[in-house]
Write a protein that binds this ligand. Structure first.
Ligand SMILES: Nc1nc2c(ncn2[C@@H]2O[C@H](COP(=O)(O)OP(=O)(O)OP(=O)(O)O)[C@@H](O)[C@H]2O)c(=O)[nH]1
Ligand SMILES: [Mg+2]
Length: 565
């Protein structure tokens, strides 16, 4: 709130048209409670203490009597608080002394019956023996205008007794309105202005300042001192608060103060205004913790990609992709190679099986939960460089999320990003083991080529057998028979050579195709594994960060309500 707005607010308050709506105040308090609920796990306690105190205090005050208005007389030692208290009550209730300090604990005077105010006084902490009532049959209706007033005489805030100041500070936090009692000697006191009045600048509408002991000044001097006092109040940020001259010794000089108190009591607004002012102060403090909106997708693609790169490295994705490529080649050759070579190939281990990566499609989701032991790969543990790359990219996620919002959230975001770091290696390994890397299906053409290879081999073997049989027949001198010919070439020779050459040729010609297929299988495995690993990154790193960002967004929304007036 700027100066002009403040002046306007006080003017409206003085004109009596600045009523605080109890419902709206409750809404603002509820919003503050919401703010605390969502920020509590993430923001430092120090930033939230005042808000917590206010929520608790406001809850208690609103639950207690709203028919009473608690007004405290506060001021430095010997300014005449007790004298004013007695003069207003027209009774000698609080001892007045020449020895300083005189008043050590708060005294209370209730206009009207004491009983209904007792719970309020219990809460404020005024001892029963220091509670008085100011209304008797003798008064008639003289005091009726103040009925509902609970006037407190406070100890001195600048006391040589340390306890007095603590008591004053405690009570100033609880009362609805404060009448600051200053005297002609000490009205400019630095502690009064810096440590107290300035702290009450959000409470201008529940603040009155009286220049007491005015009977000791001439009217001209009173005016001069009052003008100077008002200047100092302006400097304190308390522009426009009522400032008046009083005297405890001359009853006529209390009329203005009495009238101000009567107005306060009649309005029944001080308690609400006090809390609204407290809310303003707290909201102003909390404003530092909230900045521009942070979209939940604040963690951008580039950062997530960097994270999944690091996670993929640490999860051994490149190794599995290479193994998938190798396995494709291995299996293709074992299925489509020259049959005599296939046996040799089959003796070599399958690269995927070596890593304990299943080629089978993973079982349905329900089945792969708890009951079934989770499969594990035998990929090597990530090395130091891979681990540190993961650490760095996790920190980068937190830093990216923290960038647009106030610094105070950074530790929470960092902690959130790292909160599940310990579970990552297992989760990654499980994800790799569970991923369908697309190696289950045997391509149709492998089978077709395999059959052809067998045909060629059978042809070659048949040709060979035939030739051998022909030699044997000739060697044994049995009647020879002519081999059928295809063109100039005898059929058995054609079968043998054709079978051999076609088989070898096919094996050689298919090599580049197998290589292309293997590379594609490797890439596909890599893509699918990356998708799984990215999912793990989202669940274990990004999701906790989003939770904090979500809390930030909710806190931001709640604070807007707290700040609304
Ligand atoms: N002339 C004059 N003397 C006053 C007035 N008010 C208080 N006094 C005197 O100032 C002295 C201090 O008054 P108290 O009422 O005890 O002052 P206090 O602010 O309650 O002091 P502590 O309780 O010690 O903080 C007493 O001797 C009073 O008689 C006043 O309006 N006019
Ligand atoms: Mg006193």
């Amino acid at each position: 709130m700027n100066l002009a707005e403040k002046v306007e607010k006080v003017k409206r308050a003085l004109a009596g048209d600045d009523r605080v709506d109890a419902e709206q105040l409750t809404e603002r308090l509820d919003a503050l409670q919401r703010f605390l609920r969502v920020t509590d796990p993430y923001l430092p306690d120090n930033d939230l203490v005042a808000a917590h105190t206010l929520v608790e205090r406001a809850g208690s005050r609103l639950a207690l009597s709203q028919d009473h208005t608690v007004v405290a007389l506060a001021g430095s030692t010997g300014s005449g608080k007790s004298s004013l208290f007695n003069a207003l009550a027209r009774l000698k209730l609080s001892p007045v002394g020449v020895r300083r300090p005189t008043t050590g604990v708060a005294h209370a005077c209730v206009w009207g019956p004491l009983e209904p105010a007792n719970r309020l006084l219990d809460w404020i902490g005024v001892l029963p023996r220091h509670r008085f009532i100011r209304e008797s049959a003798l008064d008639g209706d003289d005091e009726a205008a103040l009925r509902g007033l609970v006037l407190l005489d406070l100890p001195d805030f600048d006391s040589v007794e340390r306890g007095h100041r603590l008591e004053v500070d405690r009570l100033l936090g609880l009362v609805d309105q404060v009448v600051w009692v200053v005297d002609p000697q000490k009205y400019g006191d630095r502690i009064l202005h810096n440590a107290y009045l300035r702290q009450f600048r959000s409470h201008a509408d529940v603040t009155i300042v009286v220049l007491n002991q005015a009977d000791r000044l001439s009217p001209t001097d009173t005016d001069i001192v009052l003008t100077d006092l008002k200047r100092l109040l302006d400097e304190d940020g308390l522009n426009g608060v009522p400032a008046m001259a009083t005297s405890a010794k001359q009853p006529g000089m209390l009329n203005e103060l009495r009238a101000a108190l009567e107005k306060t009591v009649a309005e029944r607004q001080a308690a609400l205004r006090r809390l609204a002012g407290d809310l303003d102060t707290v909201a102003e403090q909390l404003a530092a913790t909230i900045g521009p909106p942070a979209a939940e997708d604040e963690v951008d693609r580039a950062t997530v990609r960097q994270l999944s790169d690091a996670l993929a490295g640490s999860a051994g994705v490149p190794a599995v992709a290479a193994a998938a490529e190798g396995a494709y080649r291995h299996r293709a050759i074992a299925s489509t190679g020259w049959p005599l070579m296939r046996g040799a190939r089959k003796l070599r281990p399958d690269p995927l099986k070596r890593l304990h990566i299943s080629s089978e499609k993973p079982a349905a989701e329900e089945a792969s939960q708890e009951l079934v032991p989770v499969s594990r790969t035998s990929l090597p543990e990530p090395d130091a460089a891979q681990k540190s790359a993961v650490g760095l990219s996790v920190r980068a996620v937190a830093a990216r999320a923290a960038a647009p919002i106030p610094e105070v959230w950074a530790p929470a975001l960092n902690a959130a990003a790292r909160s599940r770091l310990g579970d990552l290696p297992d989760a990654l390994d499980r994800a790799v083991a569970k991923t369908d890397i697309g190696m289950a299906r045997k391509p149709f053409w492998w089978t077709a080529v395999g059959l052809l290879q067998w045909l060629f081999t059978i042809a070659a073997v048949a040709g060979l057998g035939w030739l051998v049989a022909g030699y044997a027949v000739r060697a044994l001198g049995l009647p020879a028979f002519d081999n059928p010919k295809v063109g100039e070439v005898p059929l058995p020779t054609l079968l043998l050579l054709g079978g051999l050459i076609l088989g070898l040729l096919m094996a050689v010609l298919l090599r580049p195709i197998v290589n292309v297929g293997a590379r594609r299988a490797g890439r596909r495995a890599e893509q699918r594994l990356r998708a799984s690993v990215t999912e793990v990154g989202r669940e274990y790193v990004v999701a906790p960060v989003r939770e904090v960002l979500n809390a930030y967004a909710q806190a931001r929304e709640a604070l807007t309500v707290v700040r609304s007036e």
